[in-house]
Design a protein around this ligand. Structure first.
Ligand code: C2E
Ligand code: MG
Ligand code: MG
Ligand code: MG
Length: 277
C-alpha cells in the first residue's frame, strides 16, 4: 500500500461493495451455508469410447447455484473452498452425489456407466479420504471400478504419501486417472510408481493440435506413452472433427469434449444416451 491509499482506507469503517476482501468474506460465508441450503449440483459430461462410439462414462462437474449471483463455475469457488478447508465437506458431497446417481441408474436397469470425480489437494491430504470413499461405496453398493478418481500432478508433491494413499484407494477397487496430464510439474518417475489406470490429455494440448506441430507431437507421445505403460488414455476438450480424427488415427481410447457433448444434467444424460434394455 502507498501511504496515501492506506490513509484513505482508514477513513472508512464499513466496507464498501467494491471492497474485494469484503466480497470474499461474503462469498466465504455463503459457501459455508451452500451445502446445508442445497445449492450445489452436479453437471455430467459424457465420455465416449473411440472404438464403439458409445458413452462409457461421465465426469461429474460441480456447479453452485448462488441465490443472488446465479450459477458460479467451479474455478470461481474451488480455490476459496481449498483455502478455507471447506473443500473436504464439498468434495465428500460430490463423491456421494455422483455415486448415488450411478446407483440410481443401476437400480433402474440402465447399462452401467462409470463416473469420474475430481479430487482437490485438501481432500487428498485429508486423513479420512480413503475411509470416506469406502463408506460411500458400501452405502451405495456401486461396483468400485465404476468410480474413477481424477487427481492432478499438483497434488502429488509428497510422493511417499501419494503412493501410499493411491494404493489404499486401489485396494478399494476404484480407478485412478491423472487429469490435466502434462501441465503440472510432471516427472516420468511417478508414472512408474503411482498405481494409475488412466491418463487424461489436458485440453491445452488438444486446443491447437491442428495448427501446432508440437502439440501433435505431444499428443501422439502421450497416447503412445500411456499404451506402453498399459494405461488407458482419454482426451479432454475435443471440439471439432479434425481433432477427433487425429485422436482416432493415433488410437486414443476415449474422448470428452463439446464436439460430442457439454456437461449436462442427469435427466439429459438419460434422455439422450441411456436406454433400459
Ligand atoms: P477439469 O477436471 O479438467 O474438467 C474439464 C473442464 O473443461 C470442465 O470445466 C468442462 O466443462 C470443460 N470442458 C469440457 N469440454 C470442453 C471442451 O470441449 N472445450 C473446453 N474449452 N472446455 C471443455 P468446468 O466444469 O468449469 O470445471 C473446471 C475445473 O474445475 C475442472 O477441470 C476441475 O479441475 C474443477 N472441478 C470441477 N468440478 C469439481 C469438483 O467436484 N471437485 C473439484 N475438486 N474440482 C472440480
Ligand atoms: Mg477432471
Ligand atoms: Mg480436474
Ligand atoms: Mg482436465
Amino acid at each position: 500500500y502507498h501511504a496515501k491509499t492506506k490513509g484513505k482506507r482508514h477513513q472508512y469503517y464499513l466496507p464498501t461493495e467494491t471492497d474485494k476482501p469484503f466480497q470474499e468474506v461474503q462469498l466465504e460465508n455463503d459457501l459455508r451455508q451452500a451445502i446445508e441450503r442445497n445449492e450445489f449440483y452436479l453437471a455430467y459430461q459424457p465420455q465416449f469410447s473411440m472404438k464403439s462410439g458409445k458413452i462409457i462414462g461421465i465426469e461429474a462437474l460441480i456447479r453452485w447455484k448462488h441465490p443472488q449471483n446465479g450459477i458460479i463455475p467451479p474455478n470461481d469457488f474451488i480455490p476459496l473452498a481449498e483455502e478455507t478447508g471447506l473443500i473436504v465437506q464439498i468434495g465428500n458431497w460430490v463423491l456421494r452425489r455422483a455415486c448415488e446417481q450411478i446407483k440410481d441408474w443401476n437400480q433402474r436397469g440402465y447399462p452401467p456407466l462409470h463416473v469420474s470425480v475430481n479430487l482437490s489437494l485438501g481432500q487428498f491430504l485429508d486423513g479420512h479420504l480413503v475411509e470416506m470413499i469406502r463408506q460411500i461405496l458400501q452405502e451405495t453398493g456401486i461396483a468400485p471400478e465404476h468410480l474413477q478418481l481424477e487427481i492432478t500432478e499438483s497434488m502429488t508433491a509428497d510422493v511417499t504419501y501419494t503412493i501410499e494413499t493411491l494404493h489404499q484407494l486401489k485396494q478399494l477397487g476404484v480407478r485412478i486417472s491423472m487429469d490435466d496430464f502434462g501441465t503440472g510439474y510432471s516427472s516420468l518417475s511417478y508414472l512408474k510408481n503411482f498405481p494409475l489406470d488412466q491418463l487424461k490429455i489436458d485440453k491445452s494440448f488438444i486446443k491447437d493440435v491442428l495448427k501446432d506441430e508440437k502439440d501433435v507431437a505431444i499428443v501422439k507421445t502421450i497416447i503412445k506413452l500411456s499404451h506402453n505403460l498399459g494405461l488407458e488414455v482419454i482426451a479432454e476438450g475435443v471440439e471439432n472433427f479434425q481433432q477427433l480424427a487425429l485422436l482416432k488415427e493415433n488410437q486414443c481410447d476415449k474422448i470428452q469434449g463439446y464436439l460430442v457433448s457439454p456437461p449436462i444434467s442427469a435427466e439429459q444424460i438419460e434422455e439422450k444416451y441411456l436406454q433400459v434394455p
